[in-house]
Design a protein around this ligand. Structure first.
Ligand SMILES: [Fe+2]
Length: 302
């Protein structure tokens, strides 16, 4: 088997000038990334969610994101991110006064908009003896119909034909430090971001157990917009990926690096190697408009 490549790109946040906030710099960064990806000519591209700026509010944003991905001319496979659909569920208001966490909870209607515009919430296929699977793991453990479908999909994953490796695409990282991370209290300002940027222990355990039964070897995530060197726990390698649009949380880990770019994976008979590809040029446009984060409705005016 000769060496071949696939790319993991995430958090491209293209958005639309029709929306209450919009940053053309994110589109310029995507154009730069797309040129670099085309030049690498990977077999396929894994798109790790947050393909829109506010797809959870403005379903029309998906058409532009889909066109941008199609223009790669390379097969791509996508899962939703929290800005495409909605956030992992909060059971109460968190410590941030600038957002309403419960109102940000992902709904079935938002998931249905994504599915109609982009495709299924779960998928799995084999390419050149590597199994690739993807799911929006943030819904695990909720009462949403799609969460029940995710449960059934997870239960069936182990029965699929095995390949030499199994790569799982997620949006949220499953943890911020280790798979044994304790619950994070969203009402505690000091723990809020660890809560926001990871999956809670109950659904995390469920997901990792299913991944292990299915022979998952690599879990790829986005959401944080800060990459880390791959981490291996109990035989699964977790790859926290960089964003192309903008950076977040660069100070969280000593080995964190919020440089914008994407991940290039090279598959050989010996295994899968992950390399970071920084953007060749970061946009310097300053004509973006609108607030960041998860603005309350009263603040959503450009
Ligand atoms: Fe994002």
């Amino acid at each position: 088997m000769s060496a071949w490549r696939f790319v993991h790109v995430t958090d491209i946040h293209l958005g639309s000038p029709r929306s209450y906030r919009f940053n053309p710099a994110y589109g310029e960064n995507w154009a730069t990334a797309a040129g670099q990806i085309r030049a690498l000519a990977p077999d396929l591209v894994l798109v790790g969610g947050d393909i829109t700026r506010d797809g959870n509010l403005n379903g029309y944003e998906f058409a532009g994101s889909r066109a941008a991905l199609d223009a790669l001319g390379i097969p791509w496979h996508c899962i939703p991110g929290n800005m495409d659909t909605g956030n992992k569920h909060a059971d109460r208001q968190g410590a941030r006064p600038d957002r309403d966490d419960v109102a940000c909870n992902v709904t079935q209607a938002q998931l249905d908009v994504y599915t109609a515009a982009i495709g299924p919430l779960t998928w799995s296929f084999v390419h050149r003896d590597v199994r690739f699977s993807g799911c929006y793991e943030a819904i695990a453990g909720t009462a949403l119909p799609s969460a029940h479908a995710l449960d059934a999909w997870l239960d069936g994953l182990a029965a699929l034909p095995r390949a030499s490796r199994h790569v799982m695409l997620n949006h949220y990282p499953l943890f911020t430090d280790t798979p044994a991370d304790p619950p994070r209290d969203l009402a505690d300002a000091g723990q809020y971001l660890d809560w926001y940027f990871s999956i809670d222990p109950g659904p995390r355990r469920r997901l990792i157990d299913a991944y292990r039964r299915a022979g998952v070897t690599h879990v790829l995530s986005g959401h944080i917009h800060c990459r880390r060197p791959p981490l291996t726990f109990d035989g699964i390698t977790y790859c926290f990926g960089a964003a192309t649009a903008f950076t977040q949380w660069p100070q969280r880990w000593p080995d964190g690096d919020a440089t914008l770019g994407f991940q290039v994976f090279t598959v050989t008979p010996q295994g899968i190697n992950c390399a970071f590809e920084p953007l060749a040029r970061v946009s310097t446009r300053t004509d973006g408009r609108g607030p960041g984060g998860h603005p309350r409705p009263a603040d959503r005016h450009a």
